[in-house]
Design a protein around this ligand. Sequence first.
Ligand code: FES
Ligand code: FE2
Length: 386
Amino acid sequence: MTSSADIFDPAHYRKACAPALEAEMLPPWCYTAPEFYAREVERIFRKTWNFVGRADEIQKPGDYRVFDLVGESVIVLRDKAGAIRAFANNCRHRGTRLLSGSGNCRAIACPYHAWVYDLDGCLISSLGMEEAVGFDPAQYGLVPVRVESWEGFLFIAFDAAAPPLSVHLGDLPQRFAAYNFADMVCVRRKEYDLACNWKIYVENAMEDYHTPTVHRKSIGLQKTVLEAGKTGEWDAVFMPSPRTIAVLAEDLDQALPQIAGLAGKPADGTFFTVIYPCTFFATTQDCMWFLQEFPQGPGRTKVVIGSCFPRATVARPDFALKVEAYYKRWDKALPEDNAISERQQAGLASSLARAGRLSGHEPAVHRIGNWVLDRVLDDTAAKGAQ
Ligand code: FES
Ligand SMILES: [Fe+2]
């Protein structure tokens, strides 16, 4: 471990920035040091788009969900006109946290002195403020947070200067159009509170090297290839396969129908995709599942897995029965990833830990590390070593 004073010196990262097959992983402190994490929060999470779930999860006016990430709490809701909005989750009177979890509300009432906000954020009741001189309720609406959507995927940005979501996504929407995500619904979400850095979790999700060992008793070996020639802040690996990989081999008779109209490469296998910094989703022939990572600190991440199917599939009479085979697969494989991620974090927390070399199975791990370094280092001089 280097001293905190020079932790951002590009000289420490020359091996991480070397070409993939010559490269080492990021130095261990990138996963454990509070200073490194603080830099990521400042230069990544506060600057760019963060995935906060699916629009179909807040379907009716008044449906809301609260998201806590990098020290912020944000309410995402559907207003009375059907529009999706996001607000800072604190009262404009004296700052109290307003909502938690998820639910439905007709208005947002503060539990402290009962100020009430409409679903568009306007302050509509502030009883007791009559004597306050020159108090104008119109000046004390909820603080809005930018929210944009792509085919039902909702993203928020804390930075007013962040380019539009469409710029962040590049050509991802065109490449994935065949999946028709806008028509999908999230039928189950499950949360895990993990003792690992957010990068550990994304890196694991994007490499196949671990599959024959970690997933020996579940999904087994997977062979993936990095997608080339894309534009935008994302990466994907593709696993050719003639059928869905969202059920275990023993449950293939429970497989649900393919996504209607699926054609081209999406019909021939599975994509594992990261939208930087840490939105992961997998798309196979019949469904999509996403992993949201909400960083809580250098060694703590809340992970949410959401299971999404086309509306027509969900409407089938046999859906409730057959989806159990999918849940079985996710409930088997994901805890395997969770456990190994926490175990890697524990190892990297040692002062004796050293960066290791990457294999040919881990091009995305290299790209994730370099994407982060491009943003957190003071300059990119380390790249000059390539
Ligand atoms: S802090 Fe919300 S009403 Fe006082
Ligand atoms: Fe895995």
